[in-house]
Design a protein around this ligand. Structure first.
Ligand SMILES: Nc1ncnc2c1ncn2[C@@H]1O[C@H](COP(=O)(O)OP(=O)(O)OP(=O)(O)O)[C@@H](O)[C@H]1O
Length: 290
């Protein structure tokens, strides 16, 4: 499958913050999740992808095109859900839809009304009268209504209740049933990514920590647990991060081979598959802190 997105050594300074040499690729037909702690640069990166932030150096290619040459064409082919509501607050949903639709060459009213029904959108209400979840649903309905090949969402599930969230994730999964389409979204809710993402891109302090296929990422890491008596054994494996209490030690380890694993288990170390949250926590956590 071809790349729908190619980001090469992208840097962007924003006062005292810097996106630093960001590189990753994303294939058509999949879901990629973007994670990272607060302030790691997820929104800034998404703004670069949308050309809302002009990059200082490097290259962003979407559908094989750069914004410098083809920004209008690129934006036609992206359904974008921004982290702030960008609709007219004092205007009804229906009117907002009428304002937005003409910007898109392939706008499809039938799809919009299909989602309006699924989401139970109160089309006559003003945007300002909607709950946060409803605003998000409206933004998603708009993003899905112009046959976009790539849907980019900045924290779409933030502040949504579990039912809304599950519905939205199902819709994103539904989008990629069409192999031509892809979804790229940032989130803090790592379990959402465990459920739906095919690829994970992890940022910290303006840099990419990794960008990997999800299952390959899980295969690479392992969580080791034991009593403090096993601390030396566990620490000799040069863990990425360690958490100690008075009685136990837990550590995230990369690239443990089978032989090492069985010898650790024989000595009483418990090994298990980490969650995405474990991987994030131990990678970001400074050594020596609790
Ligand atoms: N226009 C700007 N001017 C100056 N600094 C900025 C600007 N936009 C973002 N920043 C800074 O860049 C850093 C990264 O912010 P960004 O919103 O990209 O992070 P994030 O990973 O999306 O965070 P969160 O998870 O909290 O939403 C922050 O320190 C922020 O203050």
């Amino acid at each position: 499958m071809e790349n729908i997105m190619e980001v090469k050594r992208v840097s962007k300074r924003l006062k005292d913050f810097k996106l630093d040499q960001i590189s990753f690729e994303f294939k058509r037909g999949f879901i990629m999740g973007l994670i990272g702690p607060n302030g790691s640069g997820k929104t800034s990166l998404i703004r670069c992808l949308m050309n809302l932030n002009r990059i200082d150096s490097g290259e962003v290619k979407l559908f094989g095109m750069t914004h410098q040459q083809y920004t209008r064409e690129i934006k036609q082919r992206i359904g974008f859900v921004y982290d702030q509501s960008y609709f007219y607050e004092d205007v009804s949903l229906k009117k907002n839809k009428r304002i937005v639709a003409p910007f898109y060459r392939d706008w499809d009213d039938a799809i919009f009304y299909k989602y309006a029904e699924i989401f139970e959108l109160p089309l006559k209400k003003k945007v300002k009268q909607l709950s946060k979840g409803m605003k998000m649903k409206f933004a998603v309905a708009i993003a899905l209504s112009h046959h976009a090949e790539l849907i980019i969402l900045d924290e779409p599930t933030a502040g949504l209740d579990p039912i809304f969230r599950r519905e939205l994730l199902d819709i994103l999964l539904d989008v990629i049933q069409d192999e031509n389409k892809s979804v790229f979204f940032s989130t803090h809710i790592t379990t959402d990514l465990e459920q739906v993402a095919d690829y994970i891109t992890f940022m910290n302090q303006g840099k990419i920590v990794f960008s990997k296929e999800k299952e390959a990422m899980f295969d690479e890491y392992c969580l080791a647990r034991g009593s403090t008596a096993l601390a030396k054994e566990i620490e000799s494996l040069q863990p990425i991060g360690v958490r100690k209490t008075a009685v136990s030690i837990e550590a995230l380890i990369a690239d443990v081979d089978r032989q090492q694993a069985s010898s650790l288990q024989e000595r009483g170390v418990q090994l298990q598959r980490p969650t995405l949250e474990d991987i994030m926590y131990y990678t970001v956590k400074k050594p020596g802190t609790i």
